[in-house]
Each structure stands twice: as structure tokens, then as C-alpha cells.
Write a protein that binds this ligand. Structure first.
Ligand code: CUA
Length: 179
């Protein structure tokens, strides 16, 4: 049962309850806060990544990955080669159903140009526990300048749904302390 019959009700003429009005104002102000925080954080946040992106053919990208793997693999972990590229070099990581390929071993305090791309579907690169996230698309290559500041083992998970094996799509980056 409505306060006024639906045929004669004009919704914008209905009285707004005070509680409803308060919530509308709260939600609006919160929306504004989040919006401006986004802009502010882009300027001051420390985890903003470079915006370098290039077009690349998936086959060409896979060839670049293979070249690095062939040149700098230091050991094998199950099906995965562990690659220790020279400091300062271009390092390639490839997303594909359902793995991040290969495993990387980087040196603490050294800089690398980390290339990220996919050769099949859209994947999400999520570096744990640092929680750095990058969308990874086939046909595009993201390049991020990285300098690991802590040693240890870092996990990579996929955070864009990419199929039935999405939850098994993981990878690993080792950072060694050579000082
Ligand atoms: Cu790859 Cu989800």
C-alpha cells in the first residue's frame, strides 16, 4: 500500500525522509572524497608505476622471453626455469593460461626494466605481498622500472579472471641479497 495512489504519485514530490537525506549527503561526500583522493594519491603515492606501454605482437614477445630464458637460466624448479638476468637488463615476464613464465631471480638494490605482457588472454599481474597490480593484455607490453629493496621470495598471482585455471595462475620472483 502506498501513501498516495501510484496513478497520482509523482516521485519527486514525495517527501524525503530525513534519514534518507542524510545518507544521500554522506554517500555523495564520500564519493567526492574518494574521487579527489584518487587524484591526490596519483601525485603523492609511492606505488605509482610508470606508464610505459608499447604495442607488441604476442609471438614477438614470446620470442623475447625465450631469448632471455635461453641466455640466463640458472636452475630449474619443476617445470619452471629460474632466470637470473644481469642487473640493469631488460627482464621479461609472460602471462599465459595458467602461469607466469619464467621464474625470475633479481638482485637487491639493482635496477631492471621489467617487461610484462600476455600471449593469450587478459591477465592481472599482482605482486605479493607488496600488492602491486598491473593489467596485462596480449598485444601490449608494459615496462616498469624496478629496484627491489628487500630480499626474499615474492609471489605473483593473477587477479583478472582468465578461465577455469585462473586460481592456479601463479609465479615467483626471488630477490637475493648479494651485498
Ligand atoms: Cu590469468 Cu586469471
Amino acid at each position: 500500500m502506498s501513501v498516495t495512489p501510484p496513478s497520482t504519485r509523482i516521485w519527486w514530490n514525495e517527501p524525503v525522509h530525513k534519514v534518507e537525506l542524510i545518507w544521500i549527503v554522506v554517500a555523495f561526500l564520500w564519493g567526492l572524497t574518494m574521487f579527489f583522493t584518487m587524484i591526490w594519491w596519483h601525485a603523492v603515492g609511492k606505488q605509482n608505476l610508470s606508464n610505459e606501454a608499447y604495442r607488441v605482437q604476442p609471438a614477438q614477445y614470446a620470442a623475447n622471453v625465450d631469448k632471455m630464458v635461453a641466455a640466463h637460466t640458472v636452475r630449474q624448479e619443476g617445470a619452471f626455469p629460474v632466470v637470473h638476468p644481469p642487473p640493469g637488463s631488460d627482464v621479461y615476464l609472460m602471462g599465459r593460461v595458467y602461469m607466469w613464465w619464467p621464474m625470475l631471480e633479481l638482485e637487491m638494490g639493482q635496477s631492471y626494466r621489467l617487461h610484462l605482457s600476455s600471449i593469450d588472454l587478459q591477465h592481472g599481474f599482482s605482486l605479493q605481498p607488496l600488492n602491486i597490480n598491473i593489467q596485462v593484455h596480449p598485444g601490449y607490453e608494459m615496462v616498469v622500472n624496478v629496484t627491489p629493496t628487500t630480499s626474499g621470495t615474492f609471489g605473483i598471482v593473477c587477479n583478472e579472471y582468465c578461465g577455469f585455471g585462473h586460481h592456479t595462475m601463479t609465479g615467483r620472483i626471488y630477490v637475493t641479497d648479494t651485498t
